[in-house]
Ligand binder design. Structure first.
Ligand code: AVJ
Length: 322
């Protein structure tokens, strides 16, 4: 199976370090302060996210899995793909359902794309062993920056699962969809997982669980900055805040300073102060309306083909044509 795996690195540790430095400086010197969600996912953060997906309150992962269990065959047949490209593949857990369905219909290649080379390589070898004859070409890349550099061979289905599209601001989402569309050819398809607008109470509970796992996940970004940039954030001095913004249809996670404090980010030679009660945005997680999302896909040049939802209408997979 080793021979069936190729790894292409479009980013390395130095690139990631520069990106973190840039984001932390930009976010901590802005008013209001913010941090981008991509820095949640070090080893501890990825483990906390994996715990989140098993919480009773956090429905998206279970719903998306239920849709895939029910519909992967139909999706594979409609796509006609011989190559699966997965953006933000992580551990590729849910992908097996798609790969099983595609493997029955002449799948030849799988290209997982992720920023984390360690997770990516492990997943690539695991899947190459499970599907003998499948060419696994893993690409370590940032899907917001390197879409144009991804392999373009085969009849592709690009999958972007989990509702991660919700982490992009509407402007970044528009750019991302247009750039992705620009890399696809006639016959290629795009499978997008999106969390849907629903009862506000359920939405907030999914991001503010009783066991406090999401709170620990949120604070983890401060541990990451402390370790990587030699900062002295006290994560315990920040409170987890999750609210639903009905104007924008998004969940917002914030960290609220419980008292006035000064923070020194030594690697950036940067000192920042927090007022008591000051809130810093750490994530948006947009929730979608199907008609609105299909309009965004159309505006980006896609032709929406099929929409698959769970019986409760909590989550959707949208299959579009290039
Ligand atoms: C991995 C981006 C889909 O937005 O629901 C979970 C991340 N944040 N709980 C989401 C997350 C807080 C998750 N995504």
């Amino acid at each position: 199976s080793q021979a069936a795996v190729r790894l292409t690195r479009l980013i390395d540790d130095d690139y990631l370090r520069k990106a973190l430095e840039h984001d932390v400086r930009a976010g901590l010197t802005a008013s209001p302060k913010w941090l981008p969600p991509k820095w949640f996912y070090d080893e501890a953060g990825s483990e906390l996210f994996s715990q989140i997906t098993r919480l009773p309150e956090y429905y998206p992962t279970r719903r998306e899995l239920a849709i895939l269990r029910e519909r992967a065959g139909a999706i594979a047949a409609r796509s006609g793909a011989d190559t699966l490209v997965e953006l933000g593949s992580g551990t590729s857990e849910k992908t097996v359902l798609l790969l099983d369905a595609l493997a029955e219909r002449g799948l030849r290649a799988y290209t997982p794309v992720d920023v984390d080379a360690v997770t990516l390589e492990a997943a690539a070898h695991r899947l190459a062993a499970r599907y003998p004859g499948l060419a696994v070409h893993a690409v370590c890349a940032d899907f917001e920056r390197h879409l144009a550099l991804l392999p373009r061979t085969g009849r592709r289905m690009v999958a972007f699962l989990g509702g991660t599209i919700g982490n992009l601001t509407p402007g970044a989402r528009e750019v991302f969809l247009k750039e992705l569309r620009g890399t696809l050819s006639p016959g290629d398809t795009f499978l997008l997982g999106a969390d849907l607008v629903k009862d506000k109470g359920r939405l907030v509970a999914a991001y503010d669980d009783a066991a406090g796992v999401t709170a620990a996940f949120n604070r983890n970004v401060l541990h990451v900055i402390d370790r990587e940039l030699d900062a002295d954030f006290e994560p315990g001095a920040f409170e987890h805040v999750a609210l639903y913004d009905e104007q924008h249809d998004w969940i917002e996670m914030r960290l609220r300073a419980t008292r006035a404090m000064a923070v020194h980010v030594r690697a950036l030679n940067l000192r920042v102060s927090f007022a008591a009660g000051e809130e810093m945005r750490t994530e948006i997680s947009a929730k979608f309306r199907l008609d609105g999302l299909r309009a965004e896909l159309t505006a980006a040049g896609f032709t929406p083909d099929q929409t698959y939802t769970d019986p409760e209408g909590d989550f959707a997979l949208l299959l579009s044509r290039a």
